[in-house]
Design a protein around this ligand. Structure first.
Ligand SMILES: [Zn+2]
Length: 409
């Protein structure tokens, strides 16, 4: 049996309990076997070699629960400082993709570079959404867990038939998902979710990102409805779902029977208290993307409300098409700016445990605890940290200047 190695640092951030000053993490054969104050770990493992991480905090690695690597070459924020609303952004995205293409060497190079940037910034796992099999190929290269989801959308009977036929041909080890309630026919969302449920894999879907998704679903009006009609994406047979007034996207998905603890509702900006309660009751996961939401000016998600209802959201960067920079450190900072009343410890928990739970990886990642992976982070502390609240403040507001080192033993 391999021997135990102790990693000692001025601070150890467990996430599932209070941060430990002068702490140590005991590891053996790629797994954590103990976490606690250094003196206790020394007593428990007498004679074990100690690796000192001076001026560092040991933390779990980060999880980026929502990214589109395949859009990394479509860096809209680099050409446009701001967009005039959600549909203006969709139009810009479609135009740029038309210009630069959706596949090919440049797409792969950009995606690989961002994948590397994610890992260098301390990300161990990603939920990657794509419309091709690029994510699947990248998942073989990523030195962590890259979960590739192939996303479908469309409303017409022909599209639904084509997707159904494709689903029938594809092997069970591929993960498929639906884009959003506004873009994807209810029957298609159900077919995709029911397949995901049978195969027990996560099911990420964009939910309530623009306010106009609610207008489209409840009354067939609004900016998104008009835009999709003009583009020929909605024909005049489209009707709002019958019988329910003041509909919201979460209520809509609930009525389709697609919310459960493996469904990840990404964005969740325009949701009512009642809908937050539905998410809590069904156990559905929530993933917030504050950086993308800020760029698109679609509003801010009610993060504190989720926490009050016992939901610990995950964090995602979304893609370079809607976010000037893809860094979970920066996402934490933006969330903190949006919701200064939330305890920074909870925000750090979102970036770690929230993401790991959403992606079904909490057995390996999310906290520093016995049984979990011995791959974690040593975050340099550039100032003296005297208390746990100071430490979390430092971690959450450090932005993308934080450059952690991987501890890999
Ligand atoms: Zn997205």
């Amino acid at each position: 049996m391999q021997s135990v190695l102790l990693h000692r640092a001025p601070w150890v951030v467990r996430v599932d309990g209070p941060a430990i000053a002068d702490g140590a993490v005991a590891v053996r054969a790629g797994s954590i076997v103990g976490v606690g104050p250094a003196r206790e770990m020394n007593k428990q493992y007498p004679g074990a070699p100690v690796r000192e991480h001076e001026h560092c905090a040991l933390t779990p690695p980060l999880i980026n629960a929502h990214i589109h690597l395949e859009l990394s070459h479509l860096h809209i924020p680099r050409c446009r400082q701001e967009v005039a609303g959600f549909t203006d952004w969709i139009a810009a995205l479609l135009d740029l993709r038309q210009q630069l293409g959706a596949t090919g060497a440049a797409v792969e190079t950009a995606a690989r570079r961002i994948m590397q940037v994610q890992h260098d910034s301390g990300v161990i796992a990603m939920g990657d959404i794509g419309n091709t099999d690029l994510g699947l190929r990248l998942s073989q290269e990523f030195p962590g867990a890259l979960l590739p989801f192939r996303e479908f959308l469309g409303r017409s009977p022909a599209t639904r038939r084509t997707v159904r036929e494709q689903l029938g041909r594809e092997p069970d080890d591929k993960m498929f998902t639906a884009h959003a309630p506004y873009s994807t026919h209810a029957e298609l969302i159900q077919s995709l979710k029911f397949r995901a449920r049978r195969l027990n894999h996560p099911f990420p879907i964009h939910v309530a990102e623009p306010a106009s998704e609610g207008d489209l679903l409840s009354r067939a009006t609004g900016e998104l409805y008009t835009f999709l009609r003009e583009r020929g994406f909605l024909d005049d047979t489209y009707r709002p779902p019958a019988g329910i007034d003041n509909f919201g996207s979460v209520r809509y998905l609930h009525s389709l029977g697609v919310l459960d603890e493996r469904t990840i509702c990404v964005h969740c900006i325009h949701v009512s208290v009642e809908e937050v309660m539905i998410l809590a009751e069904t156990g559905a996961r929530v993933c917030l993307c504050p950086g993308s939401n800020r760029y698109l000016q679609v509003g801010t998600a009610p993060a504190a409300l989720f926490l009050r209802h016992g939901i610990l959201p995950a964090l995602g960067s979304d893609s370079l098409a809607s976010n000037p920079e893809l860094s979970i450190w920066r996402e934490m900072r933006i969330l903190q700016e949006n919701a200064p009343d939330i305890d920074p410890a909870r925000i750090f928990a979102m970036a770690t445990l929230g993401g790991a739970s959403a992606l079904g990886l909490a057995g390996m990642y999310g906290t520093l605890a016995p049984g979990k992976s011995a791959r974690f982070l040593a975050v340099p502390l550039t100032e003296k940290i005297g208390s746990a609240p100071e430490l979390y403040e430092y971690l959450v507001t450090g932005n993308s200047e934080i450059q952690p080192a991987w501890v890999d033993a």
